[in-house]
Design a protein around this ligand. Structure first.
Ligand code: HEC
Ligand code: HEC
Length: 277
């Protein structure tokens, strides 16, 4: 697994160099594009107070039983099908969407989450616990089954998120919680999105959306999230992609391009979500 990670980073580096070597004219138009993007992007502060925050170093995970649980939670985040196998029905790791072990702004960070749950969610129309919210990502994003609230895996994930949230006041969350708030374009063009996908995404996510096992996650097909997942909604994927993709030059797509490519990807086959309840 280690060597795969190293290889993955090499490939990402190599792709980044390939992008830098692109003709100057492309670079210049890139700069113009990113200026325009800035104006198109709307950062809305959530109603919950949000504080600036820095990820703690893994070296600060305590010794003892609690530390073991936090470490297991971190492993589940990074290698979900391996460490929570009985609850996972695809190839997705939590960190494929919650980037950098759940510490990345605008990639739905998981710090400052145990400080604000139980919370009201629109999807449920009621106040839910953090365990319930995690179960939803298992059923939908992981296309699996919900780990019980008192299971070792669930306790470990909550312990990990609690550790990440150290120093964040109760009732507050972090700046960059959730995804970017974008103003949707007037028209969304999935055919234009198909071209963007072929040029800027396919190299890592594959011609059939299958990704490369152990390196790049799938974006459609049986290995991917199901059609009940947040990521299967055009506006959520557009917001994720706008801030985080393409991996080698995140932020380079316009809002229009992010919506177009999200419309193309979400229209591709995803497993149908069947609620366990
Ligand atoms: C396919 C992508 C994907 C995967 C895989 C995934 N999630 Fe999520 N998760 C999301 C999206 C999208 C949201 C909602 C973000 C939003 O709407 O602001 C979310 C939200 C959450 C939230 C609530 C965050 C908040 O700000 O309220 C938690 C907690 C969470 N996920 C935990 C997990 C855990 C734990 C795993 C792994 C077992 C996981 N997720 C796997 C995409 C994913
Ligand atoms: C250089 C490789 C690379 C390129 C190019 C790339 N991605 Fe990704 N993508 C990744 C990696 C790696 C992740 C997992 C998160 C991380 O580690 O950053 C990811 C995660 C994702 C996810 C969330 C996880 C999932 O599989 O559903 C989506 C959606 C996505 N990318 C869409 C796109 C789109 C759309 C493009 C083109 C505009 C693109 N990516 C270009 C490497 C890439």
């Amino acid at each position: 697994m280690k060597t795969q990670g190293v290889l993955r980073d090499k490939i990402i580096q190599w792709l980044a160099v390939a992008v830098l070597a692109a003709p100057i004219s492309l670079l210049v138009s890139g700069i113009v594009v990113s200026r325009r993007v800035h104006a198109e992007t709307r950062h809305e502060e959530p109603a919950t107070p949000a504080v600036a925050w820095k990820a703690p170093s893994p070296g600060t995970i305590p010794q003892g039983e609690l530390g073991e649980s936090i470490r297991l939670g971190r492993n589940i985040m990074n290698k979900t099908p391996q460490y929570a196998s009985r609850y996972v029905g695809n190839r997705m790791n939590c960190v494929d969407c919650h980037l950098n072990e759940g510490t990345q702004a605008w990639a739905s960070p998981l710090a400052g989450i145990t400080t604000i749950f139980p919370a009201y969610t629109k999807r449920d129309g009621r106040v839910i616990t953090i365990e319930h919210r995690i179960q939803e990502c298992f059923e939908r994003s992981e296309n699996g089954t919900p780990p019980p609230s008192n299971s070792q895996q669930m306790v470990a994930l909550v312990a990990y998120m609690n550790w990440l949230s150290k120093g964040i006041p109760m009732g507050s969350t972090v700046k960059g919680r959730g995804l970017l708030q974008l103003t949707p374009p007037a028209h969304v063009d999935a055919a234009a999105g198909a071209k963007i996908y072929a040029q800027q995404c396919q190299v890592c996510h594959g011609a059939n959306g299958q990704g490369i096992p152990g390196m790049f996650p799938p974006v459609w097909g049986p290995g991917s999230f199901n059609d009940g997942a947040g990521m299967s909604k055009v506006e959520k994927m557009a917001a994720f992609v706008k801030a985080n993709m393409p991996k080698t030059s995140s932020g380079s797509l316009t809002v229009q391009q992010a919506y177009d490519v999200a419309a193309f990807v979400t229209a591709k086959p995803h497993t149908h979500f069947k609620s366990a309840k």
